[in-house]
Design a protein. Structure first.
Length: 73
């Protein structure tokens, strides 16, 4: 891991986060019109929890890309 390039690591982690942000820009306006009207189960997490959880899920995607590329070389 000593040869792991920091800019490549930052880029590979930032790219999925940025893609998620762009997706949220397009879906956020629709949340008020259809998502709120859905019948959800009692164990459904609160709405405010979705953004941080997705951010936490996107981090390993980018992290895995850089580590797979690192281990190829």
């Amino acid at each position: 891991m000593k040869n792991l390039k920091i800019p490549a690591l930052i880029f590979s982690i930032s790219l999925p986060l940025f893609a998620g942000f762009i997706g949220s820009v397009f879906t956020a306006p629709a949340i008020g019109s259809w998502y709120i009207t859905l019948i959800k189960p009692s164990w459904n997490p609160p709405n405010w929890l979705f953004a941080p959880v997705w951010a936490l899920l996107y981090y390993p995607y980018g992290n895995r890309v850089i580590h797979c590329d690192y281990h190829k070389s």
